[in-house]
Design a protein around this ligand. Structure first.
Ligand SMILES: Cc1cc2nc3c(=O)[nH]c(=O)nc-3n(C[C@H](O)[C@H](O)[C@H](O)COP(=O)(O)OP(=O)(O)OC[C@H]3O[C@@H](n4cnc5c(N)ncnc54)[C@H](O)[C@@H]3O)c2cc1C
Length: 474
């Protein structure tokens, strides 16, 4: 791979941001706007991290992580990016569920969910309102002991069907489970319920392109193909980093790389208190994903009314987290992309996603791995034919990604799709107490993952860094 680090504008920066995922990009933008000199070093050939896309023959473009995010993204993008970006965020209005317990279509907001819960699931409207209020009022400092499973049991005892409606999409959205703290569910669920599910008009490529332009306007030195090997610390302070073998001095580092990679590999075990190391070792990675990307022939477009925008489909008789992770796939989310996503291309595509365990794929010998991908594609086509019966005749291109693919392109340990479990948040926030000037802004703890969580975490951390730099100049 060519080494782009020779083109660096300086040999010393106020801040180096490691990684160009949405958290890193946003932190870099906010810091540059505040007048800081910022280097953003991304190891891959393009920015975006998991918010990515790829081109394939036949003029097809696939989005990897553009399935839906909450309305809050509009406000965050208007404030911390540009009006053009914020104005390109549009609602997905037809969200569907199809499983052995129920089949329905919804706009996925509080009003429509209330209607469904009362009319379809026959829950008392007072109980529904109380549940929505309880989830909306949750905040980070609330009770962290109650699990999501216990929350559901309190409001809807014995109602596996209601739990499925309320939980299945959130499990797909951020990997959270019934055993996670209820507040992680409540915050994310309420974000979606406030106004539904949103997407980016023009696709991920347009979003990242617009963000790149804004970074350039604000003077961020953006470098792709720049792998940071080491974060240098001395006596509990940041000294600099080494990227592609070149040492760069800086006063602060924001790592958008995986939290555990940052602690154990980029910094290394010697810089930390033993208690902190124990706490970090106890942080669990979140699960990974598989995806199957299906492009349709241009002369065989899909009707929007046939499939809707987003479909949570399952053949599992009940909702169980272990079933969602199993290689024996029973549940998939289908995202349907119509020409409206990228009007100039006039293409339709379907992306099927499942949650998955890294170990189920990473340990396979090459031939079994390839065979596994083939089976994944075949099973997915079979499942999708329920919704698009003549899919195979319409199909122009198909390809699969596994947890190994996600690990390869983003360097996330275990190909983690959503960083770490909840306990990662406290460890991420504690980095600057251990090493002055070292910060982490990347997916952790469910709340701070997904497009909106990553952007907002980037803002929070950028403000911390700016305050730290300000102190140093007084
Ligand atoms: C299949 C899938 C579907 C998803 N769907 C959705 C969705 O519909 N809606 C939603 O809101 N979220 C979705 N997500 C999650 C969302 O995309 C992520 O939570 C979010 O994009 C993560 O942003 P981040 O800032 O944590 O950085 P990441 O995207 O994790 O990026 C980290 C970056 O750091 C770089 N990096 C790592 N190490 C180094 C190094 N040493 N040197 C230089 N660079 C380095 C990586 O290359 C990468 O670019 C999905 C995720 C997956 C995997």
């Amino acid at each position: 791979m060519p080494n782009d680090s020779q083109k660096l504008a300086r040999d010393r920066y106020d801040v180096v941001v490691i990684g160009g995922g949405l958290g890193g990009l946003t932190a870099a933008n906010v810091l540059a706007r505040a007048g800081r000199s910022v280097l953003l070093a991304e190891q891959h050939i393009k920015l975006g991290g998991l918010a990515t896309w790829f081109h394939r023959r036949g003029g097809h473009v696939f989005d990897v992580a553009l399935h839906g995010f909450p309305v809050g993204m509009i406000k965050s993008c208007r404030r911390y990016w540009t009006r053009e970006i914020a104005d390109s965020i549009v609602q997905l209005k037809d969200i569907r569920f199809d499983n052995p317990m129920f089949t329905l279509s919804t706009t996925f907001d509080r009003q429509d969910f209330t209607r469904l819960l009362v009319e379809r699931f026959h829950i008392e409207s007072a109980a529904v309102a109380a549940f929505f209020d309880a989830t909306r009022d949750m905040n980070f400092y609330d009770d962290q002991a109650t699990t999501t499973g216990q929350l559901f049991e309190r409001f809807f005892p014995g109602r596996g069907d209601v739990v499925r409606l309320l939980m299945e999409p959130i499990t797909y959205a951020n990997g959270s489970t019934l055993e996670d703290p209820a507040l992680t569910y409540g915050i994310v669920f309420s974000n979606f319920m406030s106004k539904g599910v949103y997407t980016f008009h023009g696709g991920t490529d347009r979003l990242i392109h617009l963000m790149g332009e804004e970074l350039a306007r604000n003077g961020v030195d953006v470098q792709t193909r720049c792998n940071v090997d080491t974060i240098h610390t001395n006596s509990g302070r940041i000294e600099g980093i080494t990227l592609n073998g070149l040492r760069i001095a800086c006063r602060a580092v924001v790592s958008n790389a995986n939290l555990l990679d940052t602690i154990f590999n980029l910094v290394g075990p010697d810089a930390w208190d033993p208690d902190f190391l124990d706490q970090a070792r106890a942080v669990r990675l979140n699960n990974s994903s598989t995806q199957v990307y299906m492009a349709l022939k241009p002369d065989h477009p899909l009707e929007e009314s046939q499939c809707g925008d987003l479909l949570f489909s399952s053949v599992a008789p009940e909702f169980r987290t272990d079933l969602l992770l199993s290689r024996n796939v029973t549940s998939r989310t289908f995202s349907f992309y119509y020409p409206k996503t990228r009007p100039t291309l006039n293409r339709c595509a379907i992306v099927a996603s499942t949650n998955a365990n890294y170990a189920d794929w990473a340990t396979l010998p090459r031939d079994e791995y390839e065979a596994g991908k083939g089976e994944l594609i075949e099973d997915t086509l079979r499942a999708a034919e329920k919704y698009v019966p003549d899919l195979r005749e319409r199909l122009d291109y198909v390809e699969a990604a596994t947890p190994v693919t996600f690990q390869r392109y983003t360097k996330h340990l275990g190909g983690a799709s959503f960083g770490t479990k909840f306990e990662g948040l406290a460890v991420s926030r504690a980095l600057p107490d251990q090493v002055a000037g070292l910060y982490h802004a990347g997916s952790v703890g469910i709340i701070m993952s997904g497009w909106l969580g990553a952007v907002n975490y980037g803002v929070i951390v950028a403000n911390d860094v700016d305050a730290f730099l300000m102190k140093g100049t007084k």
